[in-house]
Design a protein around this ligand. Sequence first.
Ligand code: ZN
Ligand code: ZN
Ligand code: FE
Length: 747
Amino acid sequence: MVRGLVQGVGFRPFIRRLAIKHNLTGEVVNRTGGVTVVIECDRERADMFARDIQDLAPPAAVVRSVQLRKTRTAGFTGFSIRPSLDADETITEVSPDIAVCRECLDDLVTDPGRRGYPFINCTNCGPRFTIIKSLPYDRINTTMAAFEMCHRCAAEYMDISDRRFHAQPVACNSCGPVYTLRAGDLVITSINDILEEIALRLASGGSVAIKSTGGYNIMCDALNEAAVAGLRQRKQRDSKPFAVMFRDINAVHEYCHVEVQEKAMLESWRRPVVILQQKMPLAPSVSSGLNTTGAMLPHMPVHYLLFRLITTPVLVLTSGNLSDEPIITLDSKAERDLMPVTGCIVSYNREINNRADDSVVRVINGNISLIRRSRGYAPEPVDLSCSVEGVFAAGAEQKNSFCIGRGSQAFMSQYIGDLVNLSTYDFYLDSLRLFSSLFRFTPSHVACDMHPDYLSGRFAEEMAEQNGVPLVRVQHHHAHAASVMAEHRLIGEVIGVIMDGTGYGTDGNIWGSEFMIATPADFERYTHFDYFMMPGGDIAADEPWRMALSCLFRYFGSDYDFSSLELFRQVEGRKLETVRQMLVNGINSPLTCGAGRIFDAVSALLLLCTESKFDAEAPMRLESAASSNIDEYYPYSLNGTVSLQAMFAEMLKELEHPDVPGIAARFHNTVAHIILDVCLRIRRETGLKRVVLSGGVFQNRYLLEKSLYLLSMNKFRVYTNHLVPANDGGVSLGQLLVAAERRGKCV
Ligand code: ZN
Ligand code: ZN
Ligand code: FE
């Protein structure tokens, strides 16, 4: 029995080829819980065969276990693939979407007539999660059901020796989905003419909305500043960096620094956006002053076809949506919302059943750090060391994902987004319905954040009440810590260091620079940065200059002459005075110790970002500015809480003639040294040597690498997130584990 992700990824044909190579007779059968292989041979050859299954499995397959058992079945004459047996209650894993494979791309070139098909796919590649409606994964249960196979496709589908044997989305030019381009009165249905028209529009600085695997994308020439700036303006996306798609890996090398692991990620079948260091600039408006580029390689056949026609080696390829709303999947909505932005829409007549945005990753210290987990990742489970059966974890409010537990596996939803509007909330409910039916899930425990006003929290309350099951509220940063413990299957006490933006604390304040002693079930707060006021509440997170004023006010009082600083000369006088009054009188100023707010303050003091136009802009600019060759750090003190007074005092002196890269670097180093210092103290007091690092601030490569370096030099064992994001997108996994542990059945 082979368990894991072994269906819809070309696994059975692989087994058959392997059996033929090993000269074995027998059969392979799909079952609900995995794949059963029967072979006639002795134990030694069976062991070799099992080893090859593990070592040579197709790229998108995940072999979790190969169990060998003796059977009496015998008398096979060859090796056959038998029809699926859908029997027991165990669940099957559903494959994420897989980028078009090398062999299909070759077909595209060698047989342009029939194979020059812009949706070409095989058992090794093609859409999976985004088209599935229910299990088992058969064509009839996908959005391909509407397309009847022509006799040639049907013959390939039935032929076990064919690469397209049981490839559910298999189709060709005469039987499959087709593209249509619309622009004003213009309607084009021939793929070659469509590609020509797109190429023309891109070359003349236009933009095009195109339906991708998991939703609509908008593209334009990433080297044409007028095109990018124009798109930005029409999309009203302020200055959030756009992701780009390069023609091929050589083009990436030309514009970005690419390390070995980054290249592997770019070329992997998951095809995420990979955050890379820039080498040569694209159009300035692409990454708005940051020194990184979000790069990906083509993943659909149509991308490859298009790059043959256009001269630019790189396109902006950004999500097609209105701000704060999920990526658009419906053709009618694209027509309404995206036509005004691009004037041209390329769609195809197959439904996207499950929305999946492009995933975003970054390689830090040679390891994958996920920023957004969606296409190519969802719904791949995380294997845990204990049973989480029946637990539903509602997730956080921002960058939401939810998690359901089946057996000892956590199935995390694709990236949902910020639960701030109805369309995102609908997306949340739709995805939950899908996951519940795909994985036959009924909740027996519900977990959510402690925040009283989170939409996900209210939903969790209702769900618990309707199902008559217990609700567990999990502190936000404990959930962050638990997400790392879940990934690494850690048990017992660890040191948790959570550097984050916002999270509701047990004292009612906003936490986010947490040093804790944590187990999967519980935590004890050890220390944190000093509390600061957030003048104006949430608005202080959007206007970093407020946090700068708040930090200086906290440490140097209201008598300090703020007007000596350039930053405050830039703020309108009346506004500045209002905020100062808020601080003096403590009005409308909740307390926070979120590390993200300190990054905001420093970024503002250095004039890198005084008003934030997109999420985490100020910290990103600060990281981007930091010089890499500096080891110095600022003084600070630890007494009860972490005081940054000495750091700010020093910084203020330097601000007279600021060396921005130096100050930014010293600030990052200071935070890393505080982390080390506190961990050393905790180790002296408790003997704990394992440290888990999580929270959105650790998406900062400079900070994470520095912290990892200092901690490992001091003989700590350090664990970070690799399978789920360190930001709030990973919180649901932590909630799931905490709830399962508290329930007490976790073994
Ligand atoms: Zn293929
Ligand atoms: Zn066909
Ligand atoms: Fe968080």
